[in-house]
Write a protein that binds this ligand. Structure first.
Ligand SMILES: NC(=O)c1ccc[n+]([C@@H]2O[C@H](COP(=O)([O-])OP(=O)(O)OC[C@H]3O[C@@H](n4cnc5c(N)ncnc54)[C@H](O)[C@@H]3O)[C@@H](O)[C@H]2O)c1
Length: 267
């Protein structure tokens, strides 16, 4: 049976995982490959991308790894050239990289602010700059960007640069979707809620008073009673990347177990 991404090439940025287990980018790469896509897996940490590639190879999928820091224009340009050399086209651009630093404007340094903005927002500007002309030339494509519900809600702990950067990603995506709709390039944004992935542990646990408290608090906050996982984000990305979403562009897909629809709790 042909997969939902058969014959497509997916450029996944941030395809590794920042810790053991399954991050969003790793799960998305594996799921895309299961559905027939050839994966160009990019990460600043090559060994992380290689772990993803191994998981794909174990399932007899096709994946090529590439090391790039996508905050650097020259590395992004080299990355796109390498992807085109390997696979000849780019059908799906999945922008997954994102980092969080806690603190409000008083606590965060200017360097923290710049770094988070560069990794979370400028990276998407740079990848789109390189990939959009290729998609126009091909006659279309799908871009899936990862934001966060932190871009539309305050989640109980301050991380000002993260919140601002994720709000920027939402509108960045919509502006691209509208500009490129006539060229059949779709752009959609996923807003994950509280997900249990490796990236939350080191940066966030301290702000919740330790790892166990963080897990308990985050589970309790969600109407469904538990955090989501990387596969929840991956399945949403698969839908938006696939032709099943061919009439969907400029959409915000919230994946949060109902959290942002809730005003407050009585228990
Ligand atoms: N886990 C959550 O609760 C949650 C909630 C909302 C949104 N998100 C978003 O999900 C995305 C990350 O998910 P994940 O689980 O895959 O995270 P992760 O940290 O496990 O993986 C991201 C990968 O991106 C790579 N990376 C970081 N900076 C890079 C750069 N400059 N260039 C190239 N690669 C770089 C890292 O090395 C890492 O392997 C982020 O955008 C994050 O903001 C997560």
């Amino acid at each position: 049976m042909p997969g939902r991404l058969a014959n497509k090439v997916a450029l996944v940025i941030g395809a590794g995982s920042s810790g053991p287990g399954w991050g969003n980018g790793k799960a998305t790469s594996v799921l895309f490959a299961r559905e027939g896509a050839r994966i160009f897996a990019v990460d600043r940490v090559l060994s992380a991308a290689e772990e993803t590639a191994q998981a794909i190879a174990q399932e007899k999928g096709d994946c090529t790894t590439f090391q790039a820091d996508v905050t650097k224009a020259s590395e992004v340009e080299a990355m796109v050239q390498a992807c085109l050399k390997a696979y000849g086209r780019i059908d799906v651009l999945h922008n997954n990289v994102g980092i969080a630093v806690t603190g409000g404007p008083v606590e965060q340094s200017e360097a923290d602010w710049d770094r988070v903005m560069d990794v979370n927002v400028k990276s998407m500007f740079l990848t789109c700059k390189q990939v959009l002309p290729q998609m126009v030339q091909q006659g279309g494509g799908a871009i899936v960007n990862i934001a966060s519900i932190a871009g539309i809600r305050y989640l109980g702990i301050p991380y000002i640069s993260y919140s601002a950067s994720k709000a920027a990603v939402v509108q960045f995506t919509k502006a691209i979707a509208l500009q490129y709709a006539p060229q059949k390039i779709r752009a959609n944004v996923i807003l994950p809620g509280l997900m249990d992935t490796p990236m939350i542990y080191a940066p966030l646990a301290g702000s919740y008073g330790g790892t166990e408290k963080m897990i308990a608090t985050r589970n309790r906050m969600v109407p469904m009673g538990h955090m989501g996982d990387a596969w929840d984000v991956a399945r949403a990305a698969l839908f938006l990347a696939s032709d099943e979403a061919k009439y969907i562009t400029a959409a915000e897909l919230v994946v949060d177990g109902g959290l942002t629809a809730q005003v407050g709790r009585t228990d």
